[in-house]
Write a protein that binds this ligand. Structure first.
Ligand SMILES: Nc1ncnc2c1ncn2[C@@H]1O[C@H](COP(=O)(O)OP(=O)(O)O)[C@@H](O)[C@H]1O
Ligand SMILES: [Mg+2]
Length: 251
């Protein structure tokens, strides 16, 4: 479905992606995990053409997108739903219009179809009763859900999340993670989630890729990653175990 082949990216003389080789299977939830500044966001941006690679290939559905023009990238972006750290909703539009926005732009649908689709998407993220409110009138966690609804409304086949839970409280983090899993499975999307949260990765990933300074240092299922001997991965796991101990100690 998506394949990175010997992908490299430099800014000036500094190489930040150092020959990435990775296949993302159709329908899987893949976590791209690493400390900050290791090239996670750059990898996503190369995939959707927001940055240009220095060398290498990125195959999406049988096409190498690194050769694409700006126009051709529009087609790829249409396949990809992107969710960023901050909800980035239009504050002056209602929740309903925010979710309807992409639908109106990309598809020729009548009002009845738009209403049905918006309602269905809001139901999928468990939001109801706020259609006519604007984003500033609802909670941050709710805004997060609305932004997920807006992303899935156009039925992308690929979902890309960049630090979707960074800065959220534990309860909202958990809810957003469950939603990522629910939506990915229900819509049968291929999903890449960029994160530095190993706990989330273990809970919802099919596979975890650990990135360090632009290179993959480990890759595997959550069970495999939990047993990893790599020092960086062991550090990440130590944090997860400490948090678990703190929680059980508190009971
Ligand atoms: N547009 C840019 N120009 C120059 N350097 C950049 C640019 N975007 C990212 N970088 C650098 O590339 C490295 C990887 O960045 P990024 O992928 O954003 O890290 P993260 O893993 O935290 O998402 C960082 O050192 C960052 O400073
Ligand atoms: Mg980033």
């Amino acid at each position: 479905m998506i394949e990175f082949k010997n992908l490299r990216k430099s800014f000036g003389t500094r190489e930040v992606i150092k020959g990435l080789n990775l296949t993302v299977n159709e329908g899987e939830i893949l976590f791209l995990l690493g400390t900050s500044g290791t090239g996670k966001s750059v990898t996503l941006k190369l995939l959707v053409g927001l940055l240009e690679s220095t060398s290498g290939e990125i195959w999406v559905d049988g096409e190498d997108v690194t050769k694409f023009s700006e126009d051709e990238f529009l087609r790829i972006r249409r396949k990809c739903g992107m969710v960023f750290q901050h909800p980035a909703l239009f504050d002056s539009l209602t929740v309903f219009e925010n979710v309807a926005f992409g639908l109106r732009k990309l598809f020729k649908l009548d009002e009845k179809e738009i209403t049905q689709r918006v309602r269905r998407c809001l139901e999928m993220v468990h939001v109801s009763g706020v259609e006519q409110k604007t984003p500033p009138q609802i909670s941050y966690g709710m805004q997060k859900r609305v932004s997920l609804a807006r992303t899935v409304a156009t039925e992308p086949r690929i979902l890309l999340f960049d630090e979707p839970t960074t800065g959220l409280d534990p309860v909202t983090t958990n809810a957003v993670n469950q939603l990522i899993k629910e939506l990915s499975r229900r819509l049968k999307t291929t999903s890449i989630v960029v994160s530095h949260d190993m706990q989330c990765a273990i809970e919802i990933a099919d596979r975890i890729v650990v990135l360090d300074q632009g290179a993959i240092v480990d890759i595997g299922t959550p069970a495999e990653i939990m047993k990893s001997k790599h020092p960086l991965v062991k550090d990440f796991m130590a944090e997860v175990n400490q948090a678990a101990e703190a929680r059980s100690g508190g009971l």
